[in-house]
Design a binder for this molecule. Structure first.
Ligand code: TNX
Length: 474
């Protein structure tokens, strides 16, 4: 079934005889009693725009909200000679179906080619994993909201559904906190290597959240604590043990800063930040970091994590954290993002607290570290888990990576120590993010050669979209 044109690969694809052609009077029709407005606002408008057609009461591309189907991302797409029907139990599923329909059209200009034809087919589809995320580090280098929105559009094409923004780190604080304006006035100004800083106002952040939500992508903000906090220490003197503000850092050392875990000034700060982020964020999650707190004593770290989880809970949020945060006493339901408890890592605490506590786990193994170089010739990127060529980003399964955990999810990461521009980001993410997207959407054996055959069409699509992907990915 390699010749089917959809990536990530759908559960089933059956070709039917004939073809469907977009005509001058083609239009998107929405059939639903209950969810009409949401579908019109999101998927209807999106699809009509994509295909450069209108929305009408009767049309030949039909979005059908079917209440007998599960209210999740699953969908059925049926293309016959007369009409194309996208059917799901949820507006979200219809949106995923729209991305599939998009991929049935020729990759190089589906938007304006009104007479484009597609082969008739019936596709049944559903994701294997409910959480398929991308993390972007906007702290080491800052990226304006437009850059993030463009990446949201690309991620939506490959059916990702979470965007984790790493908003704070040693080198910069990127989100306005109204009760603590110094965080961005001072802490937002720098970046790695002395590059220009920047930050999102709360209005910018809300715009990103709304833009993502219209594509059924949930934004999860990360405030990294108790390490990776130099930008906060630089902005707020009382967070420092001697009451003196830290100096700006533009280097890329990790594990160099810590909050004072036995100081109430620290918890007043955490309360302000978590309260404001919680009120700005529709997601039930807030990510509190927890990685590489090398200069924080273990017992202080555990005490800090437990208290901050309590604060998040007070503001109605469930926490996600990097290991070893699962070592601390945290609430049932808290989620671990596993980045170092993998066979490819020698050092670190190997105890799988998360498995003992039956926590659900988001996996970010080396194959999902898209800031790693593809190979020795890659100009940007790091090498500490690398190289990660296309095959390594594709050829793994979540089960084999975390056999002990019942609930598992996937997140790709792009840390930006060496990523300065939109083009750099495109280069590191694509085509590997498409490979990761398929790891999260499908279950079972990988077929790398089948994947690369399908990828050829996606590379043409990325060309048409102006994505500066890496061609030297072997
Ligand atoms: C480790 S992975 C980090 C980041 C770095 C990254 C570079 C993790 C939770 N922490 O601070 O940016 O490596 O690959």
């Amino acid at each position: 079934m390699n010749n089917q044109p959809v990536t990530p690969k759908p559960v089933s694809y059956a070709e039917l005889p004939g073809s469907f052609t977009l005509g001058e009077d083609s239009a998107v029709a929405i059939k639903s009693d209950t969810a009409y407005q949401e579908i019109e606002r999101t998927t209807g408008a999106y699809l009509a725009d994509l295909l450069d057609i209108g929305i009408a009461v009767s049309g030949d591309i039909v979005l059908l909200h079917d209440e007998t189907m599960p209210a999740d991302e699953s969908y059925v797409l049926t293309v016959t000679e007369e009409e194309t029907v996208l059917k799901s139990g949820s507006p979200e599923g219809l949106f995923r179906a729209a991305q599939t329909l998009r991929q049935l059209f020729p990759p190089d200009g589906s938007r304006s080619d009104k007479s484009a034809s597609i082969r008739c087919a019936e596709i049944h589809d559903a994701p294997a994993y409910p959480y398929r995320g991308l993390m972007i580090d906007v702290a080491r280098h800052f990226f304006p909201k437009e850059v993030i929105m463009r990446q949201i559009d690309l991620a939506a094409l490959y059916k990702l559904n979470k965007l984790h923004l790493h908003l704070t780190d040693d080198q910069g604080w990127r989100i306005e906190i109204k009760s603590r304006p110094a965080l961005t006035e001072i802490g937002g100004q720098g970046a790695v290597g002395g590059a220009p800083g920047g930050f999102y106002t709360q209005e910018d952040y809300k715009e990103i959240v709304a833009y993502a939500a219209a594509r059924y992508i949930e934004v999860i903000p990360e405030i990294d604590m108790p390490g990776h906090v130099n930008a906060a220490l630089m902005s707020i003197p009382e967070l420092n043990p001697d009451g003196v503000s830290a100096e700006q850092r533009t280097d890329t050392e990790v594990g160099v800063s810590t909050l004072q875990c036995r100081s109430e000034a620290t918890y007043a700060f955490c309360d302000d930040v978590i309260r404001e982020m919680a009120s700005l964020t529709p997601s039930r999650y807030i990510h509190i970091g927890g990685d590489e707190a090398h200069i924080t004593a273990a017992e202080d770290y555990d005490y800090f994590i437990a208290r901050v989880c309590e604060t998040a809970k007070k503001y109605g949020k469930t926490t996600i954290g990097w290991n070893p945060y699962d070592r601390a006493e945290i609430f049932p339901g808290s989620v671990l993002q596993n980045w170092d408890r993998f066979p490819d890592r020698e050092e670190g605490d190997k105890t799988n607290y998360a498995a003992q506590k039956k926590m659900s786990v988001i996996l970010s193994p080396a194959g999902a570290y898209l800031d790693m170089k593809y190979n020795e010739k890659t100009a940007r990127g790091l090498m500490w888990r690398g190289p990660v060529n296309l095959e390594r980003s594709y050829d793994w399964t979540l089960e084999e990576t975390a056999p002990d955990n019942a609930v598992i999810d996937i997140e790709s990461t792009i840390w930006t120590e060496t990523i300065l521009t939109q083009d750099d980001m495109d280069y590191m993410l694509y085509p590997r993010l498409i490979a990761n997207a398929e790891v999260g959407w499908t279950k079972g054996a990988r077929d790398f050669s089948g994947f690369t055959e399908r990828l050829a069409a996606e590379l043409k699509r990325l060309d048409a979209l102006g994505v500066k992907y890496c061609r030297d990915y072997e």
